[in-house]
Design a protein around this ligand. Structure first.
Ligand SMILES: [Ca+2]
Length: 518
């Protein structure tokens, strides 16, 4: 029987899809922007807003794909994804300041990927990459509010798992237009960006496991989503495998260009208890000298405007980064609850958990904020895969091979014993879980074709050693960095005759990859 997890969002703010898109349009109007040319001069300017969202609300008909499941005992798969969480914001990724004990434990008992990247660093496109296992050039999702076609939906990992008999669920920010209800047996997905504080009481049909005395009060979205996961686990049908995707809003900012607003809005309980006595160190490349090395178009980009709101000045930097860390710690606490629930429910031994982020995030490096660009801070995210079915000798390892966001879908398919659809371009990571991968990738292609007046179209090649980036400005701007000597990407080698051959090779690779990615 089909069950529905209604959106947690209050009627007034988010009650209908139309209302949501209206809210999003208001956000995209960008009433107040800040433009900062250097740390010593912050200039206010008003700019007209871009139109981010073109809602496409056509009804989609789910088509059953012709993919047969292999006859193996199939595990449950929980896919957890955070928003805008860069790779180094977990204790197990070497961050001594942040508290993420549950995710660290998941990493210790699973496999930690030290080199996980997104093929496009923006929510809508990369979420489509995750769902379809395809490059943006192939799936074609480059606008917020753009829906996938029914045929595309049927070829997502959610679609093929549902068709093969899995019970499917989605909780949280869907991110690729209107959430397709036909894909999920339990649908707790919502469109748009959502809000961190939500009312969950009264006529609302969701049965949450929170104290009824709290009804009517606003609660933090992250913990409400944790409740929804527990509810999903309570309602699973015994003996039927499930696939649950959970997309947290955390640690995304509540977008605003008003300096009076707080970009990072964690649970007040965590605000009272975490990081108050700490001084979070600023990254080396956050110094103004590195901003001054940027080409003019990056100095004037959206990334600099958002830097001015979030990171201008030492006090604002501390406030913002601590807020970002608290949002991530909030997710970690929900992961702890989920792990405990799996144990209590007897599901722990057959439930694979995948944890990643939807794109990286500049924390002031090069004087920038946001993502979009091919720099490491923008494209690199965490990835942990915990498979309790593996022998202990194969768990608790770290993997240095380069994994990509387009690998998630084929990985989930293989875990479920299903041949990935032929249109998927990523590679299943299961051979890396087994420690049996040979001939893994040594280079990959980055693309960002999203259209925005202050985010130039850009592409890149990332190899084990080299980073090549190319921005479609006039004239075209290229960057070449030797990551083995310059992990911070501070010395552009394009003008150095010693690297002329490398540059030529990278230019050829870009041309070739544009075709391969289609
Ligand atoms: Ca994102």
């Amino acid at each position: 029987m089909k069950k529905t997890l209604k959106s947690t969002l209050p009627e007034k703010e988010h009650g209908t899809v139309d209302g949501l898109f209206r809210n999003c349009r208001r956000f995209s109007a960008f009433s107040c922007l800040l433009k900062a040319r250097s740390e010593s001069s912050v200039l206010r300017m008003l700019l007209s807003g871009m139109v981010l969202l073109v809602p496409m609300l056509s009804a989609a008909v789910f088509e059953k794909p012709a993919i047969a499941a292999r006859s193996v005992e199939r595990p449950n798969v929980i896919f957890l994804m955070t928003d805008d969480q860069r790779w180094d914001t977990l204790g197990c990724m070497g961050n001594d300041a942040i508290e993420t004990p549950n995710l660290d434990r998941l990493g210790r008992e699973g496999l930690i990927f030290d080199n996980m990247f997104v093929t496009t660093s923006i929510c809508c496109t990369n979420r489509a990459c995750v769902l379809t296992g395809q490059y943006g050039r192939r799936h074609g999702i480059w606008r917020f509010g753009q829906n996938m076609t029914p045929a595309q939906l049927s070829q997502t990992y959610c679609g093929v798992l549902k068709a093969s008999g899995y019970m499917t669920g989605f909780i949280g920010k869907y991110g690729v237009g209107k959430p397709p209800a036909q894909l999920f047996d339990m649908n707790g997905a919502w469109p748009g960006q959502g809000h961190y504080f939500v009312k969950v009481q009264g006529e609302h049909p969701i049965r949450f496991s929170f104290d009824p005395k709290a009804a009517g009060k606003k609660r933090h979205l992250t913990s409400v989503m944790g409740d929804q996961v527990l509810e999903f686990l309570d309602q699973c049908e015994p003996g039927k495998p499930f696939n649950l995707s959970v997309s947290f809003k955390a640690a995304h900012v509540q977008d605003s260009y008003n300096l009076a607003d707080r970009p990072f809005q964690p649970d007040p309980k965590l605000e009272a208890t975490l990081y108050n006595d700490q001084l979070i160190p600023r990254p080396r490349t956050a110094r103004d000298e590195y901003f001054q090395r940027l080409p003019e178009f990056l100095k004037n980009s959206e990334a600099r405007m958002r830097w001015a709101v979030r990171f201008w000045g030492p006090a604002r930097y501390q406030e913002s980064v601590k807020g970002y860390y608290r949002l991530i710690s909030g997710v970690d606490r929900q992961v702890g609850r989920i792990l405990e629930k799996l144990k209590q429910s007897g599901l722990a031994d057959n439930t694979v958990i995948i944890f990643t982020g939807d794109n990286g995030f500049f924390l002031g490096e090069h004087g920038m904020a946001g993502k979009w660009f091919p720099h490491e801070e923008s494209i690199r995210v965490p990835l942990i895969i915990y498979d309790p079915r593996l022998p202990k000798s194969k768990r608790g390892r770290r993997c240095s091979e380069m994994a990509l966001s387009i690998d998630i879908a084929p990985t989930i398919c293989e875990l479920a014993g299903i041949d990935p659809p032929t249109g998927m371009q990523g590679k299943s990571l299961v051979p890396l879980l087994d420690g049996q991968a040979t001939n893994w990738r040594h280079e990959w292609f980055y693309e960002h074709l999203f259209v925005h007046p202050r985010i130039p179209v850009n592409e890149g090649i990332r190899t084990d050693r080299w980073k090549y980036m190319r921005f479609e400005v006039d004239p075209v701007w290229e960057g070449l960095y030797d990551l083995s000597k310059d992990a911070g990407e501070t010395r552009n080698l394009t003008g150095d005759p010693n690297y002329k051959d490398v540059l030529t090779e990278m230019r050829q690779k870009i041309i070739s990859w544009r075709q391969r990615a289609k």
